[in-house]
Structures are given as C-alpha cells and as structure tokens.
Design a protein around this ligand. Structure first.
Ligand SMILES: [Zn+2]
Ligand SMILES: [Zn+2]
Length: 281
C-alpha cells in the first residue's frame, strides 16, 4: 500500500481541514480555498478572488507545447520553441494550458482529484473552450478524449477527473465526447513522487485505443488536468496515432512552471523505443 495509502490519508486530513473551514462559516458556505464568504449565486465553491488568481500572467510561450518561456527568450527562426520542442520530443501537434500549476489553482486541481465537484470542472471546461476559441484553426478537432485512468484507479476513485472536464468541454465545443476510446493498460507505479525518468518510463506504452474504437483519420482533442513533463500526453498521442488518428492536440488546465528535460537520457529512451521522434508543427 505504502505511498498510495499515505497519499489518501494526507488527502483525507486535508479534506477534513477544508470541510471544517466550510462548516465554520455558517451560510452561505465559504470559499473552499480561502474561507472568504461566497456572496454570489454560483455552484462553484470558490470565491472570485481565488478564481481570478488562477490565471497566469501573460508571457512568452512555446508555440508547440505552450511551455512558459523565461524572458529574454531566443527564438529559432520565426517560431518560439522550447528546448523539448526543438528536440521534437512530443508526438502531439500542439498543447495548450489554461494556467500554471501553482498556488490556489494547484489546490483546486488537487481538490478535483479527490472530490467530484462538477460545477468546478465545468468552470475549467469553459476556460479551456476559450483557449480553443483563441486558436480555433490550430486546435480544431473532430472528437474530445480524456486521458484515462487505469481501471483499478478509476474504480478506487469512482470517476476520472480528466473526464469530468472533457465532458462539459465537448458539449461546449459541440464535439463528440469519447470517454472510453483510450484505455490505460499499465497502471501508474504505486509511488507518490516520480522522478523525471520514472515519469517517462511509467507511461511508455501504457495507453492503447480500445479495440473497435473509431479514430481513423480524426483529429483528437486530448484533455488532462495537469501537464508536468508532457510524457502522459505524449504516450496517449502515440497510442491514438497508432490507432489511426490523423493528429492530436493536447489541452490541460495547468502545466508545471518548469520542465527540464534531460536530453541525453531522452536520446537513450528513443533508441530503446526504436522509433524516430515524431514530426511536430
Ligand atoms: Zn477564495
Ligand atoms: Zn515546447
């Protein structure tokens, strides 16, 4: 059990604390993140100040994967590409995220992992729909697919937090939602913190399209809650492309602020994989 048990325990302790905070404010309930009184009529249990703090300040981003880039940032030709994308790390065509995984937003995302709060998921879906709207052509897709959990994990949790977001998003974009198209065939290691190398290793070949699923020649909008190294989105993309998809674009609520990819090690992985890096852009 080990790390998962500890994680569940700490999450329970955190939730107990959070619900105490809610109970301490009589009615209406307080913001789940800061305790402030919720004064507006909304089913999202987070106050406007916390919601406003979610948005990352504007800055330069990698054209392909959307990774925030420190200024000054030296572009290669006309394209602003991060190091990982200059090395053609990812198989997806591009990825975008609403914001950066830190502060109140990170706490809200953790909350969504342990508690099924549909109104909050729908609020995030709206932000993601706006992102798609901003790059309508590049982010165009035929179907929406969430990054799946392994069936044991899904059973344990009762829902997939990525699906919680992708479902209302598909509705907003008027696209078919294919929750069961992808499956995770290899479970995540039972360990709370994974190193960069372990992250890539643990998702390699861990996803597959379900037999009989229709993905031929389709552009897929792949949705997850957080993009850390991009390894999960990449592994899902490769499974979708193997299944016949034309292209994959990724969308997450948040992404890690920093993403240092160990380049020499990445080269080794490629060789073991026996595949050429996917062409991007
Ligand atoms: Zn708040
Ligand atoms: Zn990039």
């Amino acid at each position: 059990m080990g790390a998962t048990g500890a994680l569940a325990r700490s999450a329970r302790a955190w939730l107990a604390e959070a619900s105490d905070a809610v109970i301490s404010v009589f009615f209406p309930a307080g913001c789940r993140l800061c305790d402030a009184l919720l004064t507006r009529a909304s089913r999202v249990p987070i106050c406007d100040r916390c919601l406003d703090s979610f948005e990352a300040p504007p800055g330069q981003k990698c054209m392909v994967c959307g990774q925030p880039q420190p200024a000054p940032f030296a572009p290669e030709g006309d394209q602003l590409l991060c190091r990982a994308c200059r090395e053609k790390t990812y198989a997806f065509e591009r990825a975008r995220s609403y914001s950066v995984y830190e502060g109140a937003l990170a706490r809200a995302i953790v909350m969504l992992k342990w508690e099924r709060i549909d109104p909050l998921a729908a609020w995030f879906a709206e932000r993601l729909a706006e992102l798609v709207g901003r790059e309508a052509q590049a982010m165009a897709a035929d179907i929406v697919v969430p990054v799946p959990l392994h069936k044991n994990r899904q059973k344990e949790r009762g829902y997939n937090q990525a699906g919680l977001i992708s479902k209302p998003l598909a509705r907003m974009l008027r696209l078919p939602h294919k929750e069961l198209l992808l499956m995770r065939t290899k479970p995540r290691p039972d360990k709370q913190i994974l190193s960069l190398e372990e992250r890539w290793e643990s998702v390699r070949g861990a996803f597959a399209t379900r037999p009989g699923s229709q993905v031929d020649n389709r552009r897929v909008l792949l949705v997850d809650d957080v993009m850390t190294t991009g390894a999960t989105l990449d592994a899902c993309t490769r499974a979708l492309l193997d299944g016949g998809a034309k292209a994959v674009v990724g969308l997450t609520i948040a992404r890690a602020a920093k993403n240092p990819l160990p380049a020499p090690w990445k080269g080794q992985l490629r060789q073991r994989d026996g595949r050429k890096p996917a062409k991007v852009g």
